[in-house]
Design a protein around this ligand. Structure first.
Ligand code: ACM
Ligand code: ZN
Length: 788
């Protein structure tokens, strides 16, 4: 017995020594910074190094794999100067190199999943389908130094990849990026570069917005005036986009351009080589001034129309739905589109079609009557159904913006939900497929940082962090409905984006955040970790010469109750990694002599914090400011009867008792929104306290369907069972009151002792009959419950 123990001890010791030796041998843990984060990564220590004699090994019978391996060989030749020999896989034991192969039985990997094993002597990339190998190749690039993304040979560099085992596949099947080439025209070379960016992010759809009021961008043989006339507008690049002077009589249209059919074929092939599907969009029935400028006979009024050099509102240009020639034209155009684009879907637009002309058009009104339609919305629905029928007859599927819900969805239509999540939710509930692309998270033409320091944008505010917080599948959907959410898409509208450099600036790195949301399983998404990996992605963009945005320099305040030490703390976060932050607590402007933020601050009195990032001793942009209200409920436990809506969760559970008040921007992340529901919570202070006053702040912006509560009610209890009588305050502000403003509701108590507070604020319920959303659910917004 004793001897056995001894032997075991010796064995253990030996094992330890062996482990130490092998550990020492493989002590190098090269960094792994893959974006999007794979499903699973096992780091093993050690590395594989590519040398001029490293073979690329491929099966002899598969052109697709040879093409993918060829792209890799080409890339390595560009950056290393050596041409790696490519050979056929022969003998598993003696093949050393970088192996690309299919695993015929591995259907659980799906079309785009892959396995990557980086060993000391071999790199083995395998997938069920070639697309998976292409996605896996992007991971190989990201395991190599960022210089692999460059366009010339790099000296003094070791092409090493860390030893890893990776299993990976995408969460969503639709991972798209859109580009509007109508508002501004972008050359073919940039389209390819944009596709390169999509490819490196393992995304798989390029939505090409080819037609709109400002220019038709694709050659159609049957309708030459689309490229002679519709592709060009008068140059107003020196005037504000929304206030441009209309064309003068006889003025030459000099701004524009289009892609020839050969250009299109070349780009379609370029995308296909990268396993990216191009989704062409042909707008109808609205956003069609440019077509009607060329073919006014397709309008209700006969024109004249002109190709718009900017945007006007309302925009009444619309195809006549009562004229059969409209459909003859559209079917002919679609025939040529279908011939060029092999993808499953055609996007028919459908958004923002102002139907004024339909109301006054005899032909359109006759169509409504003849077809037994109720109104102009049903006429648009009839229009889209007719087009869908045609597309289906040609073996294609129709997708359109969420307005195609109005008047009834076409039977097999897929919906791109842009005006929020609602259209997508409704469509999924009706059993239709959905691509989520809400303005709140997916509009990359919106500002991404403080507008004071950014190039002019169309408006909005969608930070990198906001994009990263995007959840394509709304939790209100059940499992069957959720299956209809195909994925999501980032949209780059170009009213305010005139150059490729600017388009890159707006797209990247928000595209990077979106790519991770759509590829990586929800439980593996992690904002701090993403930001760290993003630093490496920036080096890749540098190697590619991409004009990416350096992001926001704003300081964000996050409060937390530190249970362990029974104190309330504030943390400062930014989009920058390891910035120098100086702050003040007395309302003065911070400078380099102000304290440096290096750990969470304890807050024990109401304080106004100002903080800014400093680079080379200078304040970057401007300071952030927020008042933290110190009160008795900070960090208290809050039990909700109704959860806030998923679109307005604030900062989560802590929002109501985090000491942070919201601003007059209800999307600032400090407000919780309840759709149709009351605020109905129990706050547990943790111990019995004397209380004098309980208040809460609410928000009204009736144009956004947000109203003050009807009544604010509080009762209290020492034991959580026996509650005092309710004290309440009624709202004395009209729901009609316009603008956006904040109002405090409070009740006062005398000699009250409480641990538990029942707090209720009644929602107006539905929008009143005078309101444009009459009968629709009203919103209630609250930011903080203050207990004194
Ligand atoms: C859109 O942004 N009009 C789809
Ligand atoms: Zn008409």
């Amino acid at each position: 017995m004793k001897i056995k123990i001894k032997i075991n001890k010796i064995l253990l010791l030996l094992a330890g020594i062996t482990a130490m030796i092998s550990c020492r041998k493989d002590a190098t843990f090269l960094p792994v910074n893959i974006i999007p984060e794979p499903v699973s990564v096992e780091e093993q220590g050690g590395y594989f190094e590519i040398s001029p004699s490293t073979k690329i090994l491929v099966p002899g019978d598969n052109d697709d794999i040879q093409d993918i391996a060829g792209m890799f060989a080409q890339r390595m030749a560009t950056v290393s100067g050596f041409t790696l020999p490519t050979e056929k896989i022969k003998d598993k034991r003696n093949d050393h190199g970088i192996i690309f192969k299919l695993l015929p039985g591995a259907d659980t990997l799906g079309d785009e999943g892959y396995l990557l094993k980086v060993k000391r002597k071999n790199v083995e990339l395998s997938a069920y389908r070639p697309a998976g190998l292409f996605r896996g190749l992007q991971t190989i690039y990201q395991l190599l130094p960022p210089e692999v993304y460059g366009d010339k040979p790099v000296k003094n560099i070791k092409w090493r990849m860390p030893r890893v085992n990776i299993y990976d596949k995408p969460e969503y099947s639709w991972r798209g990026m859109h580009l509007d080439v109508s508002r501004h025209f972008f050359p073919k070379e940039f389209i390819k570069r944009y596709i390169d960016l999509i490819a490196m992010h393992k995304m798989n759809v390029f939505h090409w917005h080819l037609t709109d009021d400002n220019g038709w961008r694709i050659e159609i043989d049957k309708y030459p005036k689309l490229t002679e006339i519709a592709a060009w507008h008068v140059d107003r690049s020196d005037e504000p986009w929304r206030e441009v002077t209309p064309p003068k009589p006889g003025e030459k249209a000099t701004y524009g351009g289009f892609y020839t059919k050969d250009d299109i074929r070349e780009i379609v092939q370029y995308a296909a080589d990268r396993y990216i599907t191009i989704l062409p969009e042909i707008e109808m029935p609205g956003h069609t001034s440019e077509v009607l400028a060329a073919y006014p006979e397709l309008s209700c009024t006969g024109g004249p129309f002109y190709v718009q050099p900017g945007s006007y509102w309302p925009n009444v240009a619309i195809f006549c739905a009562g004229n059969d020639e409209t459909f003859e034209f559209l079917e002919n155009v679609l025939d040529e589109i279908i011939e060029l684009f092999p993808g499953e879907y055609i996007h028919i637009g459908g958004d923002e079609a102002t139907k004024t002309n339909w109301k006054h058009c005899k032909k359109c009104q006759k169509r409504i009557k003849d077809e037994g339609l109720k109104d102009e919305n049903e006429l648009q629905s009839w229009f889209v159904k007719k087009i869908e029928k045609y597309l289906i007859s040609k073996g294609k599927r129709l997708i359109g913006w969420d307005e195609i819900l109005e008047g009834g969805l076409a039977p097999e239509a897929t919906v791109m939900s842009w005006r929020g999540f609602e259209g997508g939710i409704e469509s999924a509930r009706q059993g239709h497929d959905v691509v989520m692309s809400p303005t709140s998270h997916c509009y990359f033409d919106y500002y991404q940082a403080n507008p004071d320091f950014e190039p002019e944008a169309i408006g909005g505010f969608t930070t990198l962090k906001k994009v990263y917080s995007f959840e394509p599948t709304p939790p209100v959907l059940n499992a069957d409905e959720a299956k209809h959410i195909l994925g999501g898409q980032g949209n780059v509208w170009t009213e305010f984006i005139a150059t490729p450099e600017h388009a890159e600036y707006m797209s990247v790195p928000r595209m990077t955040a979106l790519a991770e949301v759509l590829w990586t399983p929800k439980e593996k998404r992690n904002w701090p970790d993403f930001r760290k990996r993003l630093e490496e992605q920036f080096k890749r963009f540098d190697a590619m010469g991409v004009n990416y945005s350096k992001g926001s320099f704003a300081v964000e305040f996050i409060t937390e109750y530190d249970k362990a030490n029974n104190r309330f703390i504030v943390k400062m976060e930014t989009e920058q990694l390891n910035p120098v932050i100086h702050y003040t607590l007395d309302g003065t402007v911070p400078d380099t002599t102000s304290p440096v933020y290096d750990q969470p601050l304890e807050i024990d009195t109401t304080s106004t914090i100002r903080a800014a990032i400093f680079v080379d001793g200078k304040m970057k942009e401007t300071f952030s400011e927020r008042t933290i209200v110190f009160h008795k409920a900070l960090g208290a436990a809050v039990k909700y009867k109704n959860k806030p809506d998923f679109r307005y969760p604030g900062q989560g559970e802590i929002t109501l008792i985090d000491g942070l008040k919201g601003s007059k921007n209800h999307r600032d992340g400090y407000w919780q929104g309840f759709e149709g529901d009351d605020l109905d919570v129990v706050v547990d202070l943790g111990k019995v306290e004397e209380i004098h006053r309980v208040s809460a702040t609410f928000y009204q912006r009736q144009k956004s369907w947000i109203f003050l509560p009807v009544r604010f009610m509080v009762s209290y209890s020492e034991d959580g069972k026996n509650f005092s009588r309710i004290k309440s305050t009624a709202n004395d502000v009209s729901p009609k009151k316009d603008g956006n403003f904040i109002k405090e509701f409070a009740v006062d108590f005398v000699n009250a002792k409480a641990r538990y507070l029942k707090i209720k604020a009644t929602n107006l319920g539905v929008c009143p009959e005078w309101h444009r959303g009459a009968g629709g659910k009203a919103w209630l917004f609250v930011d903080e419950i203050v207990v004194e």
